[in-house]
Design a protein around this ligand. Sequence first.
Ligand code: YXS
Length: 259
Amino acid sequence: MPLVNCEVTDNIGFICLNNPTKKNALSHEMVQEIVEALKDFKGRKVSPVVLRGPDGCAVWSAGHDIKELPEARRDPLGYQDSLEKLLRAVQKYPGPVIAMVHGSVWGGACDLVMTCDIVIGDETSSFAITPAKLALPYNASGILHFINRLGLNIAKEMFFSADPIMAERAERVGILNHLVASDKLLEFTTNMAKRMATRSSLAISVIKEQFNILAGAHPMSPDVFERIQGLRRQVYDSHDYEEGVRSFLEKRAPVFKGE
Ligand code: YXS
């Protein structure tokens, strides 16, 4: 029985977490299936990708599979941990990854949602980061995700209280890009994904990588600067860049080729 259900509609990839008996806990097995799905979508140039739970789920995901956390005296969130591999796979996906949230989100799943590029939730969505509940030391890259997104004070409150932030406040503090009524959530999310799918996938993939570099950047070394310039050159030397400018001047929709 697959732990995720995948489908592609209008070149938009949907990955639906599907282990309700375990509240969609992010087990090694489930993470492996999500990472495989992203690899498959990348090969098929599917973009954007929507990460979602099953219709009507009370829990979007209960976070890291607690039963798989290592015993004491081992880093529970090391670089090779399956959750960390999943977060990197989402960050590296060369297109927008949109978290569509109905239900509650816990622990590492909250970091997963915050690592997605866009988060769209409904009135049932809530978000809690819970290492403080397990006396678990979160890792630096995970904490940086929250600081970058929310600022120090909200990030600290979330980590120190481990309390869920409910939908209305989640939109106010910046966890949610959009708070949408549950009966409109799929339509709203799909329409946004469809609009993004008409833009230059090449430009979006390079701009996303620049966000990754800059969000994680500290003093920028010459090497990083030149790497960013090289990435940008791939776009402004491309057919798509010429086509984007020309189509605008000729008042018609662009026809992008991804090159
Ligand atoms: O008893 P059975 O076998 O039916 O299994 C129960 C739960 O044990 C299981 N389950 C989980 N299994 C592994 N890892 C989990 N995170 C997890 N969460 C739940 O699912 C079955 C049904 O759960 P139950 O009976 O509690 O459902 P509920 O509807 O009463 O409550 C749903 C939740 C999500 C509120 C409740 O299950 C819960 O609080 N789960 C733990 C949420 C949590 O603290 N997640 C953080 C995991 S640690 C993590 O992500 C990071 C490492 S960190 O700690 O740093 O944030």
